[in-house]
Design a protein around this ligand. Structure first.
Ligand code: GLC
Length: 725
C-alpha cells in the first residue's frame, strides 16, 4: 500500500464522511483580514490553505489537522511562488527574455527550496498564459506571446519547481495556470470573457500547458473567465475532455480564488449549490475560496443525487494522492529552525543576480553604453523607480528579503564607489489612477503633497544639472503591473515624460533604464535618448545586474519575448500572423502610423556584433517520419565576448490552413568570444512543422515547400527552402 498512492487514498476515502470529503476539496486563505481558519481545520472542513508563509504558523495549523481532526489528514499548503519567495528573481516575462530554460529551471528550483523549507508544498506556478496584448497587466507573469518559447519556459519551470518527480525533497507541487485562454482578454481587460477558435486554443494557448503537463505538473488551476461562454471552472470540455481525456492529466484541478462561487456573479449558475455541482462534475476538484465556500453544499448535493458519489470520490482521490506523493502523511511538519538556513542564501542571491543579468534586453544603443566606470565624476540616478525596493522586485512578491534588495540606484552607487559621486532623486511619484483592491498585498503608497511633488521634481532636475552623466530609471510601478492592472495607455504613466523632458533640457548625457512588466509606448523617447535598457522587474539583485550591464561588466544578451508596439493603437500585436493578400507592401496599413512594431519579437542588442551565415540543410527534402538538420554558422565579429540567441523560424507556403507568416520553432543562446565562430544546428522533423487543424480536428502535416529562417529576431532573413513530402 505504501507505494500505491491510489490504493492508500481509496482506503482512506472509505472511512470518510461526505462532510470530510467536501473538506478535503476546500481551500481557504489563512490571512489576517479574513475570518480565522483554525476551527474549520480542526473540524476537518478544510484540506488546503494558502497565503501562509511562516513555518511556525504552518506547523500550528498542520497540528490542528493532523492531531485534532477525526482522520488526521494533513493540510496541503499552497502559495503564489511565481518568481521566488524570499529571494526574488526577475518577473517571469523577464526570465523568458533570457531565452535560457536551464537558468529558469535553476531559479524555480531555488524558489521551490525556499518555499518547501518554509512549509509550503505547492506553488501556483508557472503561469503559462500566452499574452499578445500588453494592455493586460498579467502579461508580466507569463512568458509572452509565443507558444514555442512559452512551452520551453513552462516545462523548465515545472522541472525546477517539482524536480524529477512529485515528492522530491526540497521541491513543491507545480500548478500551471490559468486553464485556459486567460491572456486573450479583449482589450487586455483582466477577467474579461474570452472567445477563441479551436485552432487558436490548440495551436497557441494550449501548447505551454501541454508542455507543463508533459514535464509532470501535478496540479492545474482553472481560469477565472469564461471561454466561449462557459466559465473555465465549470467547463467539462476544458477540464474533463481536453485536460484529462486528451492530455492525460491525472492530478487535481483547483479553482482560482472564488472561481466556483463566481459562476453566480457571471450569471452562469443560479446559486452557490449549483455552482459547486457544475464545477465538480466538470472536473474542477478543489475550491479556492475567499469566503464561505460553495463546496460546503457538496454533502447535500450528493444526498440529493445532484452530484454522483463517485464524482466526489474521484476528486478527493486526486487531492489525497497528491498529499501522499508529497509525503505529507509521513512528514506533515516543517523544520522551523532549518527554514532560515535555506531562505535567501548567498547562492540564491547570486543566482538571482545572474538571472537578472541574463534577462536584460538592450533595446537601443548608439554607442553610449557601456559607460566607463569613473569617466563621469558625478552621476545622477533619476526617476521614480530608481531607488524603490518594491518596484525593483515587481508584482507577486509577498515576503521578500528587502534588506538584501539592490535597487538600481544602490547598484550604481556600489559599482561606482570610490570612482564617482552618485546622487539619486525620484523626481516624480507613480500612483494608480484607480485602486486595484489588491493593495493589501502590495503595500500602500502615500501620495506626496503638491509642495513635496514640486520640491522632488526640482531636486531631480538640479541633480541632473550638477551631474556629468544621468541615468534615468522610468517605467511603471509594480502596482501598475500584474493582476487588475490592465493599462488603457502604454505611455509612461504619471509625470515621467515631463521629468524626462526637463532632464534632457539640461543637455547632460542621458541613458534610460526601463522597469516595467510590459512593453511601453516610447514615442518621443527613442529619438531623444541614445540608449535604452529594458530591465523588467529585475528582482532582489536587480540593481546590481543593471549596474553591471550599464558599466560593461556584463554584456546584455536578453531578447524580447513579446513584440514591442509603437503605440497602443497597434495592439493586439504579435509577429506570428497569417499573411494578408498584400503581404509585401512596404507602406503601412494605418494612415497615421507605421504597421511595423517598434522592436520585433526576439529583439535584443549586444555590446558586440554577431554575423550569421546562410543556413544549410543536410538534405533538401523531409520525408514523412524523417528529420533534417539545419545548420548556421554564427560569428562574434565584435571586440568583446557576448551572448547571442540564434532563432529558427518556419512557415508553410501552402496547405489545408493558412499558417502564420513565421513561427519560432527553435532557439539556442550561446556565448561567443570576440572573433569566435560556432556552428549551430537545429533538428527539424514533422512534429515541429505540424499544426492542429480545426476542420479535421487533428494534428496535420501539410506536404509542400516550407520557408526556414535563422537570425537574431523575428525579422530573421537568412532563408532556405525545405520540401516536405
Ligand atoms: C489570484 C490569481 C491566481 C492566484 C490566486 C491566489 O486571483 O488569479 O493566479 O494564484 O488568486 O493568489
Amino acid at each position: 500500500m505504501a507505494d500505491n498512492p491510489t490504493a492508500r487514498a481509496r482506503a482512506l476515502i472509505a472511512q470518510m464522511t461526505l462532510a470530510e470529503k467536501a473538506g478535503q476539496l476546500s481551500q481557504a486563505f489563512a490571512v489576517p483580514f479574513l475570518p480565522p481558519v483554525d476551527d474549520r481545520v480542526a473540524a476537518g472542513e478544510l484540506g488546503s490553505l494558502l497565503f501562509v508563509t511562516d513555518p511556525a504558523r504552518i506547523n500550528q495549523l498542520q497540528r490542528l489537522a493532523v492531531e485534532h481532526s477525526r482522520l488526521g489528514i494533513p493540510l496541503l499548503f499552497g502559495f503564489d511562488v511565481i518568481h521566488g519567495l524570499r529571494t526574488i528573481f526577475p518577473v517571469p516575462l523577464g526570465m523568458a527574455a533570457s531565452f535560457d530554460p536551464e537558468l529558469v529551471e535553476q531559479a524555480q528550483a531555488a524558489a521551490a527550496a525556499e518555499a518547501r523549507a518554509s512549509g509550503i508544498h505547492w506553488a501556483f506556478a508557472p503561469m503559462v498564459d500566452i499574452a499578445r496584448d500588453p494592455r493586460w497587466g498579467r502579461i508580466v507573469e507569463g512568458a509572452g506571446e509565443d507558444p514555442h518559447l512559452g512551452s520551453q519556459m513552462a516545462a523548465a519551470q515545472v522541472r525546477g519547481l517539482q524536480g524529477p518527480h512529485i515528492g522530491t525533497p526540497g521541491r513543491v507541487l507545480a500548478g500551471p495556470k490559468h486553464f485556459l485562454g486567460y491572456g486573450a482578454a479583449p482589450g487586455g481587460r483582466d477577467y474579461e470573457p474570452v472567445s477563441l477558435s479551436d485552432a487558436e486554443i490548440r495551436n497557441v494557448y494550449l501548447p505551454p500547458f501541454a508542455a507543463a503537463l508533459a514535464a509532470g505538473a501535478g496540479n492545474v488551476m482553472s481560469a477565472y473567465m469564461d471561454l466561449n461562454q462557459v466559465p473555465a471552472v465549470a467547463s467539462k470540455g476544458l477540464l474533463d475532455d481536453l485536460l484529462r481525456s486528451e492530455l492525460g492529466f491525472e492530478g487535481f484541478v483547483v479553482s482560482d480564488a472564488n472561481g466556483v462561487e463566481n459562476q453566480v456573479a457571471q450569471h452562469f449558475a443560479p446559486d452557490s449549490a449549483e455552482a459547486a455541482a457544475l464545477a465538480l462534475i466538470a472536473g474542477n476538484d478543489m475550491e479556492m475560496a475567499l469566503g464561505p465556500n460553495a463546496f460546503a453544499h457538496l454533502p447535500a448535493l450528493v444526498e440529493q443525487g445532484r452530484v454522483p458519489a463517485d464524482v466526489l470520490d474521484r476528486a478527493v482521490e486526486r487531492v489525497l494522492v497528491a498529499k501522499i506523493r508529497l509525503g505529507l502523511f509521513e512528514n506533515p511538519y516543517v523544520d522551523e529552525a532549518a527554514a532560515a538556513q535555506v531562505l535567501a542564501t548567498p547562492a540564491h542571491r547570486a543566482l538571482a543576480q545572474m538571472a537578472a543579468e541574463r534577462s536584460l534586453v538592450l533595446l537601443q544603443n548608439d554607442g553610449a553604453l557601456p559607460l566607463a566606470p569613473g569617466a563621469a565624476k558625478r552621476v545622477a540616478v533619476i526617476g521614480p523607480l530608481a531607488d524603490s525596493i518594491a518596484d525593483t522586485l515587481g508584482p507577486w512578491v509577498f515576503v521578500p528579503d528587502k534588506a538584501e534588495t539592490i535597487t538600481v540606484a544602490r547598484g550604481i552607487s556600489e559599482r561606482l564607489a570610490g570612482l564617482a559621486q552618485v546622487d539619486t532623486a525620484a523626481g516624480v511619484q507613480l500612483l494608480r489612477a484607480f485602486p486595484s483592491g489588491l493593495e493589501a498585498f502590495g503595500g500602500k503608497v502615500t501620495p506626496w503633497s503638491a509642495d513635496d511633488a514640486a520640491n522632488q521634481f526640482d531636486r531631480a532636475v538640479a541633480a541632473a544639472q550638477a551631474a556629468d552623466q544621468v541615468i534615468l530609471v522610468l517605467g511603471e510601478a509594480q502596482s501598475q503591473s500584474g493582476e487588475r492592472a490592465s493599462a488603457a495607455d502604454l505611455r509612461l504613466p504619471g509625470d515621467q515624460m515631463h521629468l524626462l523632458d526637463a532632464v534632457l533640457a539640461t543637455g547632460k548625457p542621458v541613458v534610460l533604464v526601463l522597469l516595467a512588466g510590459r512593453p511601453l509606448d516610447l514615442t518621443g523617447i527613442t529619438g531623444r535618448v541614445p540608449a535604452i535598457l529594458m530591465a523588467w522587474y529585475p528582482g532582489t539583485r536587480g540593481g546590481a545586474a543593471v549596474a553591471a550591464a550599464l558599466f560593461g561588466d556584463v554584456n546584455p544578451g536578453g531578447k524580447l519575448p513579446v513584440t514591442w508596439p509603437r503605440s497602443v493603437g497597434q495592439v493586439p500585436i504579435h509577429y506570428a500572423r497569417a499573411r494578408t493578400h498584400t503581404p509585401d507592401r512596404a507602406d503601412s496599413l494605418y494612415h497615421d502610423l507605421e504597421s511595423t512594431p517598434l522592436f520585433p519579437f526576439g529583439h535584443g542588442l549586444s555590446y558586440t556584433q554577431f554575423d550569421f551565415a546562410p543556413p544549410q540543410l543536410d538534405r533538401p527534402v523531409l520525408e514523412r517520419g524523417g528529420a533534417v538538420t539545419l545548420t548556421t554558422r554564427v560569428r562574434n565579429s565584435g571586440s568583446r565576448s557576448g551572448d547571442v540567441v540564434v532563432q529558427l523560424y518556419t512557415h508553410q507556403r501552402a496547405g489545408r490552413a493558412m499558417r502564420p507568416d513565421r513561427e519560432l520553432k527553435g532557439f539556442q543562446r550561446v556565448t561567443l568570444a570576440a572573433g569566435e565562430s560556432r556552428d549551430i544546428s537545429f533538428r527539424i522533423d514533422g512534429d515541429m512543422l505540424s499544426y492542429w487543424h480545426a476542420g479535421e480536428r487533428c494534428t496535420v502535416l501539410d506536404p509542400g515547400l516550407f520557408d526556414l529562417w535563422v537570425g537574431p529576431d523575428a525579422t530573421a532573413d537568412l532563408h532556405i527552402g525545405l520540401q516536405v513530402n
